[in-house]
Design a protein around this ligand. Structure first.
Ligand SMILES: [Zn+2]
Length: 146
């Protein structure tokens, strides 16, 4: 009798495919240029924010803090850069939009994407409506309105 290998057993991908029951609640986010960037099982607005830079924290792995989010990022992962933080430096592997190269987010661990416990989405980088600038995109800028 041939050995039967179950489909779920051979899958080692961390990009969990959404199940039929969760598909209805999926949120889709776009870059400011209109490129599709992120599909996720829970809205970013209800996710925690980092105190240091206001980036949205997306959990990639189950922990005692909570369950991992199911999401897929359409972005290019670039080489690490060092960011100055209070009391030291922070290593960031940045995600960029594959079309316009705008920075979308980052993680603190080397590739592949989602290799660490969290992925961070830069504040104001994504919009839920294609082609529309999110309301907090310029929140930290002192824009002079004429
Ligand atoms: Zn873009």
């Amino acid at each position: 009798m041939p050995k039967v290998v179950s489909r779920s057993a051979v899958s080692s991908s961390t990009d969990a495919q959404p199940t039929a029951s969760s598909t209805a609640a999926l949120r889709v986010y776009y870059c400011l240029c209109g490129e599709f960037i992120l599909v996720i099982d829970k809205g970013l607005a209800s996710s925690p924010r980092r105190q240091t830079d206001g980036a949205t924290v997306v959990q990639c792995q189950d922990s005692n803090v909570g369950k991992a989010r199911v999401f897929k990022l359409n972005a290019t992962l670039k080489d690490a850069i060092l960011v100055e933080r209070q009391g030291g430096h922070e290593k960031q592997y940045r995600f960029h939009c594959p079309r316009c190269d705008l920075q979308i987010g980052y993680q603190s661990t080397p590739p592949p994407m989602k290799s660490g416990p969290y992925v961070y989405i830069v504040k104001g980088a994504l919009s839920q409506i294609q082609g529309q600038v999110p309301p907090d995109a310029f929140a930290d800028e002192n824009l002079v309105r004429s």
